[in-house]
Write a protein that binds this ligand. Structure first.
Ligand code: FPP
Length: 252
């Protein structure tokens, strides 16, 4: 653990402007990869007396803002946990609503993503997704494939343990020996560096089967803010928190 004396001062309370917060960022130490567990859509909706799907719709607005902000702030890769292998246990109405929202958002945002130079990747057992979602994903991934800006990984039908099993099977099929490198080469995120920072919204201190292998040395930032309220300012606060950490990767 870093000593308190080595830590930079915390962000003072009060309400500094977004510009003032961004001015505090050390641009040379922006994390290369930020991964986000977007939690709290349901509670956000409930607290307003709205149906859960309205929370997901508001969450899609946060996705839009955070993708844009991540690119502008110089983050190289952003991974968003959009649908886990456990999420199929939700009501059919909610699952269907989430799938429709995904298709709708991909259609609606593809031009804007293109303008911002974003590349898209789907990570997870995507062959288990409904056909219209697979089709829209394939279309959007292809449409954005020549871009050179932010890598956006959407984790869909994603489970960290399943990913490790799939990688181990792929290593065996390829007749390779089992090493950390060979497993990492067959993960769904093989095209991305490991996350430097994992953010979880809505206050739970859990990884929930997200990027289990890749997060071995990630810093974790938990905020009580529900995902639909997590906007650029919250992302900047997460980056400032990250920049106060001293990363030692197990060394003394
Ligand atoms: C968790 O909140 C959120 C999800 C399971 C889905 C995330 C989906 C979105 C943000 C919307 C669309 C996404 C894209 C990529 C367009 P929760 O429902 O578990 O909240 P709760 O814990 O308060 O019930």
């Amino acid at each position: 653990m870093p000593t308190l004396a080595k830590r930079r001062p915390a962000v003072p309370t009060g309400e500094p402007s977004l510009d003032a917060l961004e001015a505090r960022l050390d641009r040379a130490r922006i994390p290369r990869h930020v991964a986000v567990i977007m939690d709290g859509n349901g509670r956000w909706a409930k607290s307003r007396g709205l149906p859960r799907l309205m929370g997901h719709r508001a969450g899609a607005e946060s996705v839009r803002e955070i993708v844009r902000a991540a690119g502008e702030l110089g983050i190289g890769t952003l991974t968003l946990y959009a649908f886990s292998t456990e999420n199929w246990q939700r009501s059919p109405l909610e699952v269907q609503g989430l799938m429709r929202l995904l298709v709708h958002t991909l259609r609606k945002e593809s031009q804007e993503l293109h303008k911002n130079g974003v590349r898209l990747h789907a990570v997870g057992r995507t062959d288990g997704l409904p056909a219209p979602v697979r089709k829209e994903l394939e279309r959007t991934i292809e449409f954005l494939s020549a871009n050179r800006g932010l890598h956006l990984n959407l984790a869909l039908n994603y489970g960290g343990r399943q990913e490790i099993v799939d990688a181990a099977r792929a290593v065996a099929r390829a007749g390779e020996s089992i090493t950390e490198e060979s497993i990492a080469r067959h993960l769904y995120t093989a095209h991305s560096p490991d996350p430097d920072l994992v953010v979880r919204t809505s206050g739970e201190f859990r990884l929930s089967n997200f990027l289990l292998w890749q997060s071995a040395y990630a810093e974790i930032h938990v905020t009580p803010t529900f995902w639909p309220d997590f906007r650029r300012r919250e992302l900047v606060l997460a980056l400032l928190d990250y920049q106060r950490r001293e990363r030692r990767f197990g060394a003394a």
